[in-house]
Write a protein that binds this ligand. Structure first.
Ligand code: DGJ
Length: 530
């Protein structure tokens, strides 16, 4: 006998099975998606915020991993960034050693985190120290870049086909291995191609091949992309010609390495940048010449189309400096991505700034640092608090960043008040007020000026709010002669994507603004009018 209820159940169960068995869903590759000038890193089919712990990467061999996991867990990171050293991966030409990669992937899976691999190939911090011995000891075949006096520097020439081919081949082999080992599970979500590329010890390569290219016209496609006239590098760029030329040589080289890898396994790929900031302005000396610094960023974007995004290695706690760099790189053709930041408590507030700029993530460098000093413990606690707060609603935050629905207030010393506009509402944020009771007329700010607050606009009248050492009061524009009120303030958390209320806030906890201390607290606030 036909039963409607049983039929409905079968239909429902069938849909559910189809959803979970769907190979297209399970097998969807991580990808960077751009829409309306905003970005999201899609992992398992949905926007994902990277909250990463990067190993102290100069000598991060598997033996160091057991200790590292404690730090990764303490930080509440959802992603680990770890290097693959060319010299270890290909100790002899064509002989591959996957031991380190296996350990990284297997242990990341055991610890339930994603992994971003960093390819230390032709460049690491503006030099070539991680190239295999067989490359380093054969400069006749794998030539070095030359400085202005014709002396070799510790960089491979970006104008030597043999260098490029060797790196391309090794990187493609790495991606082939990743596809084979991880092509279904996608533990590895992104790959950094090289590390802080550029040249130290000179502004540009002066090898014979490089000189010939420098004295020719710059490619007309590049001139067109940069809205420059045709002409030689010197004609077009004047005193910046050497740096622009080196940036072109290096970005083209790295783009081809990335393309070789993507042809095998097209994960999102990025380049990280040793920045031109903090007053540093001498290419080749203050910072590697030809890396993706802000002054050559347009050129990088035009000449490295296989690089999905450019990351920033941002080592400052200074508000003006940090926010300036984020603003330089958060553009319609590039998302904010803090590929490295310092393991300092003072860096933690900027995570919220990056998110509110639509950023895809934030990575803390050197988490496995052996010195367990009070400063490092404070840094871990500060970053961990933010990662824990955002981690509980990570998918919602990533989607809101993609949609442009995030707002943040970061404390700037001497300016303890900040107003955020949310449609008809204003969030009046202040720093240094007590946890309840009236604020003094002169707000002192927090002693370390490290207050910060994040708002996720769910609807016009519902907001998720979390913060550290901050007070927020919601005020409504009453141009329509209506008054605002807090309808409901729920403290709670997300469990498996579902909101769970723990308690309602009212009385002393709402009459003096909503106050956040150092304990991780998440509120769902509903406002209304009368
Ligand atoms: C930036 C580099 O990318 C890292 O590999 C490491 O050397 C850090 N600097 C050290 O501060």
């Amino acid at each position: 006998m036909f039963s409607l209820a049983r039929f409905r159940y079968r239909l429902w169960a069938g849909c559910l099975c189809a959803l979970f068995a769907s190979p297209s869903f399970a097998a969807e590759l991580p990808r960077l998606v751009q829409q309306h000038g905003r970005f999201a890193l899609f992992v398992d089919g949905a926007p994902y915020t990277v909250m990463a712990a990067q190993l102290h990467n100069s000598s991060a061999w598997p033996d160091t991993l057991p200790d590292t996991w404690r730090s990764v867990e303490a930080l509440h990171a959802n992603t680990v960034e770890a290097p693959v050293y060319w010299e270890q991966f290909e100790p002899e030409p064509g002989h591959l050693d996957t031991t380190n990669i296996d350990a990284l992937i297997d242990q990341s899976r055991q610890h339930g985190v994603h992994l971003i691999l960093l390819w230390f190939g032709s460049w690491k911090n503006g030099q070539m120290h991680y190239a295999p011995g067989w490359i380093k000891s054969d400069p006749a075949h794998y030539p070095r870049a030359l400085d202005a006096h014709g002396e070799p520097v510790e960089d491979l020439s970006p104008y030597a086909a043999s260098n490029l081919q060797a790196d391309e081949k090794a990187f493609a082999a790495l991606m082939r291995y990743l596809k084979q080992k991880d092509g279904e599970q996608h533990t590895v979500i992104m790959v950094q191609v090289e590390n802080e590329p550029g040249m130290i010890g000179g502004i540009r390569d002066h090898s014979t091949a490089a000189n010939a290219a420098f004295h020719s016209k710059l490619p007309s496609s590049l001139a067109a992309a940069l809205h420059r006239p045709d002409g030689s590098w010197s004609d077009v760029f004047g005193t910046d010609a050497d740096e622009m030329f080196n940036a072109y040589g290096i970005s083209r080289y790295i783009d081809q390495v990335a393309a070789a890898g993507k042809a095998v396994y097209p994960l999102p790929m990025y380049v990280n940048t040793w920045l031109r900031y903090k007053g540093k302005h001498l290419p080749g000396d203050d910072y590697p010449s030809g890396g993706a610094t802000w002054n050559v960023l347009d050129l990088w974007k035009a000449s490295a189309p296989h690089i999905d995004l450019i990351g920033t290695d941002l080592y400052t706690t200074d508000y003006g400096e940090f926010t300036k760099v984020v603003d330089q790189y958060a553009r319609p053709d590039n998302p904010a991505w803090i590929s490295e930041t310092g393991d300092e408590a003072g860096n933690a507030p900027y995570f919220f700034y990056v998110l509110a700029k639509g950023g895809i993530g934030f990575s803390i460098f050197g988490v496995d640092n052996a010195d367990d000093t009070p400063a490092l413990q404070a840094a871990t606690a500060a970053h961990a608090r933010n990662f824990q707060l955002v981690g509980a609603m990570q998918r919602q935050v990533a989607k809101a960043a993609f949609d442009g629905r995030l707002l943040a207030a970061i404390e700037l010393r001497g300016q303890p008040k900040k107003t955020l506009d949310i449609g008809r509402w204003q969030a009046k944020v202040s720093f240094g007020a007590p946890m309840w009771g009236d604020a003094p007329a002169e707000l002192p700010g927090n002693p370390s000026a490290d207050g910060h607050l994040l708002i996720v606009r769910q609807t016009d009248t519902e907001f998720l709010v979390c913060g550290v050492d901050a007070r927020v009061e919601f005020e409504r524009h009453n141009d329509d002669h209506r008054h605002g009120q807090l309808l409901r303030v729920e403290q709670g958390s997300f469990i498996d994507g579902q909101w769970h209320m723990q308690r309602l806030w009212n009385g002393d906890e709402t009459d003096y603004g909503l106050n956040f201390g150092s304990r991780p607290t998440l509120l769902r606030v509903t406002v209304g009018s009368y």
